[in-house]
Design a protein around this ligand. Structure first.
Ligand code: J2J
Length: 538
């Protein structure tokens, strides 16, 4: 087991195994079983090239052998930063089969994030595309390698330049690999974060595969299902709710879209007869607005999932009449707990709630600021514990003491209430995070970067309302005498290697921050200030 990963107490582990949640199957075994049952049926296609279950399983065996020969060993951390391409599956399952641990970073991450993951996790390898979406990841890899001493290999899908080509690592397996246990960590997922540095989330084969099985059941996936991966699939939602891994679990077909834009996604839906896909709210709005003007036939689409951020009821009501499919709201988190509206729920529940947890053993508490349970139906902080919710972040003892209760409940940071029928309604957030249309920005992380600028005396970042994204970020800055310009600050953050979605959308200069009664910066007052300013702007 990887040191630094808090796990479930024995009594809970026994209970989850006994209840049949944790089946004792690893990802490597899961794929092998599907290769037997699904054989030549397509596992993954990008609309041009298809890979069958059997081929995928064979490629994974060969790549696992290649990774092993390279020196990658069980529990070694490997940063995987791949877009929606077939090799993503080769790489993930080869690492799973080897017992090495992918760290799922997003294509949007840059040197600040990647170098941190590499240093913090002591990763031994970093796997990238050559160029994607106009960005050369090999340049990024050079920057990362200069900072992370443990990083021995950069492996490239495509033109490797001075690095190792992935294509050269598919070799004939000549020895058996070490045994992988289902109770072990399978990978590290990223947290949306609310503190200075992003947290890593250790997920086991047992717990994650259980969440897949539960999701597959709730979403009605089977071997006839066709899932379009429109969002970047390293994100927990398109990865597992039920996402691409759930589709493999069900023996269905994954269709890879290079981007979630209607230009890319709609023709693939028609061509591949896609039955289900997942979007964040702003993209659902784009799809709604462009569906009527396109000639593509979207009638195969049975379910459109929307989640990652709050979907307005008004937009939710448009899905069925305008796209002709059932809406499913998904409220989940990479730490574990996932809630779904059910496909046969009454329309009013589907459009106005974020659904119910996967498992009857997902324990939910809704607490007030003093950690006392609120009255039924009242607003409070959501806490949860269960068979696929982590008991702590990787190597983060201090933070874990705050983010988890002593008895193991995770403090989600979400403000919710329960509807009379037991569905969760997300009303807001207590954590210091901006949810930019599903992309999470931890305020403190960006504030710390801003504070490194010589012209910045203090910085506070808050969410501001946005019609399209729901929220955008606004940085309030108390400058020193030499006031920096907005452009200068944004360039400064870019140069520090921050992902583009984390650069504040707006920067306001201010002489002092409003304070709370205990003398802390009142982010509430700052949020109100900017909201007021925006609403009164011409
Ligand atoms: C409001 N807020 C939501 C929703 C997530 C499935 C779906 C989403 C994620 C995800 C995921 C929301 N309405 N429908 O991992 O498996 C906000 C909450 C939550 C945070 C988690 C999955 N759905 N959120 O978004 O780890 O604030 O996971 O705590 O990125 O997103 O973010 P993340």
């Amino acid at each position: 087991m990887l040191p630094g990963c808090p796990t479930w107490p024995q009594e809970f582990a026994d209970r989850y195994r006994k209840a049949g949640y944790w089946e004792g199957v690893t990802f490597g075994e899961m794929l092998r079983e599907r290769a037997v049952s699904q054989g030549d049926r397509t596992a993954v296609t990008d609309g041009q090239k298809s890979t069958s279950y059997r081929e995928l399983d064979e490629k994974v065996d060969r790549l696992a052998a290649g990774f092993y020969q390279l020196g990658i060993r069980p529990t070694d951390r490997v940063i995987v930063q791949l877009p929606n391409i077939t090799e993503f599956f080769d790489v993930c399952f080869a690492l799973f089969r080897l017992g090495a641990l992918p760290i799922f970073s997003l294509p949007a991450h840059r040197s600040s994030e990647i170098a941190y993951f590499a240093e913090f996790s002591e990763a031994v390898a970093y796997i990238i595309p050559d160029v994607y979406s106009g960005f050369d990841y090999r340049g990024l890899a050079r920057e990362v390698q200069a900072r992370a001493a443990t990083l021995r290999h950069v492996i490239v899908v495509g033109q490797p330049q001075e690095f190792t080509p992935l294509s050269g690592l598919y070799i004939e397996p000549d020895q058996s690999l070490p045994q992988v246990l289902s109770g072990n960590i399978a990978f590290l997922q990223l947290s949306g974060g609310s503190t200075g540095l992003p947290k890593l989330i250790p997920r086991t084969h047992d717990d994650y595969i259980y969440s897949l099985r539960g999701s597959v059941e709730i979403c009605g996936l089977d071997e006839k299902s066709v899932y379009l991966a429109a969002l970047p699939m390293a994100h927990n939602y398109p990865l597992s709710s039920p996402g691409v891994f759930g589709t493999l679990y069900a023996g269905g077909k994954i269709v890879l879209a290079p981007t979630p834009s209607p230009d890319d996604a709609f023709p693939l839906i028609e061509q591949e007869q896609v039955t289900i896909t997942a979007l964040v709210p702003p993209l659902a709005l784009v799809w709604l607005d462009s569906a009527s003007s396109r000639s593509c036939d979207l009638s195969s689409l049975q379910v459109l999932q929307v989640g990652g951020a709050k979907f307005s009821e008004e937009a939710a009501r448009r899905i069925k009449p305008e796209l002709g499919c059932t809406l499913q709201q998904v409220f989940g988190m990479a730490e574990g707990l996932v809630n779904y509206t059910k496909l046969d729920d009454p329309e009013d529940i589907i459009v106005a709630t974020q659904g119910r947890p996967i498992s009857i053993d997902d324990e939910i508490k809704i607490l007030d600021d003093e950690d006392k349970e609120v009255a039924p139906g009242e607003l409070g902080h959501l806490l949860t514990r269960g068979p696929y919710t982590i008991r702590g972040y990787y190597k983060a003892d201090q933070h874990n003491a705050r983010a988890f209760t002593r008895d193991g409940f995770y403090r989600t940071g979400d403000l919710v209430r329960l509807s009379p029928d037991g569905n969760v309604i997300v009303e807001g957030r207590a954590k210091d995070q901006i949810n930019r249309g599903g992309e999470k920005v931890a305020a403190e992380e960006i504030e710390n970067h801003l504070l490194a600028h010589p012209g910045v005396h203090d910085a506070a970042i808050v969410a501001m309302p946005d019609e399209y994204l729901g929220e955008r970020s606004c940085a309030f800055i108390i400058p020193y005498e030499m006031v920096p310009t907005v452009t200068e600050l944004k360039n400064f953050l870019r140069e520090r290697g921050l992902a583009a979605y984390k650069i504040p959308d707006r920067i306001e200069f201010i002489s002092a921050f409003p304070q709370t009664s205990v003398g802390k910066v009142s982010k509430k007052a700052l949020r109100e200030m900017i909201a007021q300013q925006l609403s009164s702007a011409p």
